[in-house]
Design a protein. Structure first.
Lengths: 153, 153
């Protein structure tokens, strides 16, 4: 058995979330959607992914309510893919992935795209997990409370 | 061509990050490591994943410097896998995935594991992207500044 049954019903939100967006292409599509990409052909050009894979992932993202199909803004027959509120809510996930990657996967001075504020052009500050008083919370300050059954991490 | 060449050298930190952790099993292993899992057999039991896949992913995570192998804490011959600083830095990513999933993938009242503070047992607050003054930043407040070449989103 190469794959566990399914994560869809998992009691751990990390697992259930990965079942929906734990896929390279899905997250790259969501990234592009945040950047304003809306057309199949534009996703295809940007990602260099095979059309059948792109089609499958777009279909899946629409099925999960992360993207919605809307009429083309230019009045042509092509549909456009836009982020729903559920899709927009993936922003912190993409930002945390970006910031981790910037810190650990680039050599000093190696150029990369940057997330900046629209108004000032200043880099967006590091995403921090803080408590209600604004104090930073480290992993060791937290613990996962599992279900009484003890099932699933 | 089913797969784009490689994301390893991509100028977009989201893409490069996904190349390293954009895998279901890799992130579930990192999740378990945050929960204190250290042994091959314990990961295997928790994840219900085939041994060859687990072995491959652990090897990859060690290769990327996300996990390190350390001597068994009980003096036996088994190695243990522990998060490095680079691995620990994935905490905000897992928290943002968890919080998004909690918000959108569970029915009202459906039980799930919860991330709480170790000291008070209170749920960890929502991860928020804020500017230097503490004001929330929405996706529309930000823009990705690409490299001059315009290559890669």
């Amino acid at each position: 058995m190469a794959k566990r049954k399914t994560l869809k019903q998992d009691a751990c939100p990390v697992a259930r979330g990965l079942d929906v967006v734990g896929d390279l292409w899905s997250l790259l599509i969501v990234r592009d959607a945040f950047d304003g990409v809306r057309r199949f052909s534009a996703f295809q050009k940007n990602l260099g992914v095979a059309r059948n894979i792109l089609s499958d992932r777009l279909h899946k993202l629409v099925g999960h309510g992360i993207l919605a199909v809307s009429p083309a803004s230019d009045g042509t027959a092509y549909g456009e893919y836009v982020l729903t509120a559920k899709g927009q809510a993936l922003f912190p996930l993409l930002v945390s992935l970006r910031q981790w990657s910037e810190q650990f996967l680039y050599r000093a001075g190696e150029p990369h795209s940057t997330l900046v504020r629209q108004d000032t052009g200043q880099p967006v500050p590091k995403l921090r997990l803080v408590d209600d008083t604004g104090r930073a919370l480290a992993p060791a300050d937290t613990v996962v409370r599992k279900l009484p059954s003890g099932e699933a991490a």
